[in-house]
Design a protein around this ligand. Structure first.
Ligand code: AMP
Ligand code: ZN
Length: 114
């Protein structure tokens, strides 16, 4: 999608600090980190929100956990731990309407989240 900031990072039109890339997923550092490690893990297909997932996305989403696993290893945050977050729509705090997973680590997380 031409106006989407994450699509522009995927197409390399805009620079991102890329951590990991495969044929389905791209991961890059968040520009406004909320923790010492804050990575965005983004499917290359422009899917606006979790609400837009369809049957044909099973393969991409099925690989999401494996991709997260690779990135936690690259970032060396598996111990003492980390948090993953997906925001959906305004009440969920979503600002960029291209599906993405936040990986946050490097400090103690709290519950409930804000
Ligand atoms: P969300 O509120 O879940 O939609 O999160 C959007 C995230 O994208 C925020 O944490 C922003 O800091 C981040 N962000 C926005 N633009 C960029 C960019 N050009 N490069 C990296 N991260 C970005
Ligand atoms: Zn997009």
């Amino acid at each position: 999608m031409s106006s989407c900031i994450f699509c522009k990072i995927i197409s390399k039109e805009i620079e991102g600090k890329i951590i990991y890339e495969d044929d389905q997923w791209l991961a890059f550092d968040d520009i406004n980190p909320q923790a010492p490690v804050h990575v965005l893990i983004v499917p290359k297909e422009h899917i606006p929100t979790l609400n837009d997932l369809k049957e044909n996305h099973r393969d991409i989403i099925g690989n999401m956990g494996v991709v997260i696993n690779k990135i936690t290893e690259i970032k060396n945050v598996r111990e003492p731990g980390f948090r993953v977050v997906i925001n959906c729509n305004p009440a969920g705090g979503q600002l960029v309407y291209h599906l993405h997973v936040h990986l946050l680590a490097g400090r103690q997380m709290h519950w409930p989240p804000g």
